[in-house]
Design a protein around this ligand. Structure first.
Ligand SMILES: [Mg+2]
Length: 224
């Protein structure tokens, strides 16, 4: 079929893995190191936000002003530095149900797999490395490309065409994510999105957000 997907774009946190709070702990360590303040970013951020958004919102909430670009860049750098440690130490780190089997199956069936993640590129690879999942992905768009999830999704699409070596129609992409932000960003660039109801957003939430399909877990497979 002409509109059979070629490239499938996966969100990371809550979709492929759960870091068991490793990201939150890395933010706490970074804020403590740089500003000597105790910060729980979960009070100021939502699932599906990009790291630059999380850092800027938490900074503003705690320090009472917006960070300048150098301050934010430094904080992001310290966050990702602590992330290797907190991911490795995380007792609750887990691969989401069916993720590895699905990725293996999709690669064997010839699909190109990419990442769309609010993590920085380095942070994304740190989080996937613990479960040896980086090997499935040949391109991606990251929080280090843009603080805006729509823009980083667009970056993933540009890179998909480079890896593919030609044009891929928007109908031939499929995004997979666990939050309404994944759905909104996919639709903003014109691609379909499968919601995976494995974290805070249940099937109704994802359908309400406009997801084209919803599955209960990756073990159910994708509608392709
Ligand atoms: Mg997610």
């Amino acid at each position: 079929m002409a509109d059979d997907p070629i490239a499938i774009l996966f969100d990371i946190d809550g979709t492929l893995i759960s870091s068991g709070g490793a990201g939150t702990r890395a933010w706490a360590l970074a804020f403590d190191e740089v500003y000597g303040v105790n910060v729980d970013i979960s009070r100021f951020s939502d699932l599906g936000m990009t790291d630059p958004e999380v850092g800027a919102k938490s900074f503003e909430a705690v320090l009472g002003r917006k960070p300048d670009s150098e301050e934010l860049a430094h904080l992001l750098d310290r966050h990702v530095n602590y992330l290797s440690q907190t991911v490795n130490e995380s007792a609750q780190y887990r691969v989401m149900d069916g993720a590895e089997e699905l990725l293996t199956d999709l690669i064997e069936r010839g699909y190109m797999l990419g990442l769309v993640s609010g993590n920085s590129k380095k942070g994304a690879h740190i989080k996937l490395n613990r479960a040896n999942l980086n090997r499935f992905f040949s391109f991606g768009g990251y929080g280090s490309d843009s603080a805006d999830r729509t823009e980083l999704t667009r970056a993933a699409i540009v890179r998909a065409e480079i890896v593919f070596g030609g044009h891929i129609a928007l109908e031939q992409y499929l995004a997979v994510g666990d939050t309404s932000r994944d759905v909104t960003a996919a639709h903003a660039v014109g691609i379909k999105c499968v919601g995976v109801a494995t974290s805070k957003f249940n099937t109704d939430d994802l359908l309400k957000a406009g997801a084209d399909f919803v599955i209960g877990s990756l073990r159910e497979g994708l509608p392709i």
